[in-house]
Design a protein around this ligand. Structure first.
Ligand SMILES: C[S@@+](CC[C@H](N)C(=O)[O-])C[C@H]1O[C@@H](n2cnc3c(N)ncnc32)[C@H](O)[C@@H]1O
Length: 398
């Protein structure tokens, strides 16, 4: 307390238990998905309602929580959070074009099971795509290279396996769910805001900038604010240009923030995509920023499986589930209440902080105090270095 940020090492439930009630204005968190991600022990379970009950206690009435989930287990997260006493408010969806199917090639698996060796080489490949940047990378250490130094692509010999050629087990992941929940309010929205200083979403600060002047004009025309119908203004409000100005000023800030966010690959596929916030996956440079000079680790990119070859790359930040800073900052900004008249700090808690992406996003968004909680001291140290050495305020997207 009293510091702009802190990463507490420990189990979320225990750490929260030692914190005073009603001491945070919001929560942003990327909790374990319960899918044993990359074989990590910490990802074996979705945190239970017992954990979220402690979170509920430390939040002020009306405070919001944004929680990342996985498409397979999101329902369990929502149920646990709701069972703990939170009110579900919305589900945001981040659509991106850079996911990789975690697929099992069934015909290969059958060959393997039957001990059959493939010999019919139909081509070679060398690389997969980097999950972060989308660039093609040579996965050093990928097994299965032949004398050409490349990875042979083979078809099954006519056998039971060949019948299964073309059968797999997974779809390409193209979106991520994010739960928006809130602690029940103390009275009305207005009473809660006056008493506890939280309970709203920062809509204007999170508006989506227009792509161009034409885009803005089209949005204005759609809302008919430039040429209002008399029926829009009831009672004795004069239908004058001056009375419209506040509406036009708000509108010039951008479009209303939506519960859909997209990346630049999805944008061209959606007509009128500029109405959604753009976020790309975290680049390697972003993930490693601030960690220069620390040990290099081999990161197994469990999302970049292609068919069979696990992507490996040498990185400083080997955390397997790093969120993009743009996304974290955007959500943190949406959660930020207005400054307090008495100067008391606005505080956000980030359970399951990992290597600190959500903490960085919160500091960039302008939170006065950010408290991260992370079980693994190695990840916590990475978070501290990324925050303290990553020049985080110089890397803020407008
Ligand atoms: C999905 S990751 C978050 C990664 C983060 N989004 C980032 O960009 O670095 C979840 C983190 O929760 C941590 N964790 C798992 N169980 C925990 C627990 N009981 N208490 C505290 N941290 C825990 C894991 O070590 C892991 O780093």
């Amino acid at each position: 307390v009293g510091k702009p940020w802190e990463i507490v090492v420990g189990d979320v439930r225990r750490v929260l238990r030692d914190m005073p009630s009603e001491s945070f204005d919001a929560c942003l968190s990327d909790p374990p998905y319960g899918i044993s991600f990359g074989g990590n022990r910490w990802d074996y379970n979705i945190p239970s309602a017992n954990v979220w009950v402690e979170l509920l206690r430390v939040l002020k009435p009306g405070a919001y929580a944004m929680l990342f989930g996985g498409t397979r287990t999101f329902h369990r997260l929502m149920v646990a959070v709701e069972d703990a006493g939170f009110l579900p408010v919305d589900t945001c969806l981040w659509m991106h074009g850079k996911g990789f199917p975690k697929n099992l090639d069934l015909s290969k698996a059958i060959d393997h099971r039957l001990g059959a060796k493939r010999t019919n080489v139909v081509g070679h490949k060398n690389a997969g795509l980097d999950r972060g940047s989308g660039a093609s990378v040579d996965f050093q250490g990928s097994k299965g290279r032949d004398e050409t130094g490349l990875i042979p692509v083979m078809t099954p010999a006519p056998s039971q396996a060949s019948l299964w050629d073309g059968q797999g087990t997974a779809l390409k992941p193209s979106w991520e769910p994010i739960m928006l929940a809130c602690k029940p309010r103390d009275g009305t929205y207005a009473e809660n805001a006056l008493k506890h200083g939280c309970g709203g979403l920062a809509i204007d600060a999170s508006r989506i900038s227009y792509a161009s002047a034409e885009d803005q004009a089209a949005a204005a025309a759609a809302q008919r604010l430039l040429d209002p119908a008399p029926s829009m203004f009831l009672g004795d409000q004069p239908n004058s240009a001056a009375s419209l100005q506040p509406y036009l000023d708000k509108q010039s800030l951008g479009r209303w923030p939506a519960n859909l966010l997209i990346d630049e690959e999805v944008a061209p596929m959606l007509n009128g995509a500029s109405r959604f916030y753009y976020v790309t996956k975290a680049s390697r440079e972003e993930r490693d920023r601030g960690l220069e000079g620390t040990a290099i680790a081999e990161r197994t990119d469990t999302e970049a499986l292609g068919d069979g070859g696990r992507g490996k790359s040498n990185v400083h930040n080997d955390h397997p589930t790093i969120k993009p800073l743009d996304l974290c900052r955007y959500f943190a900004r949406l959660l930020l209440p207005p400054p307090r008249a008495d100067g008391r700090p606005r505080r956000i808690v980030i359970p399951y902080a990992g290597s600190g992406s959500e903490c960085i996003g919160a500091l960039q968004a302008g939170w006065d105090e950010v408290v991260g909680i992370e079980l693994d001291p190695k990840h916590a140290e990475k978070a501290r270095l990324r925050i303290s050495k990553g020049k985080i305020l110089q890397h803020v997207k407008k």
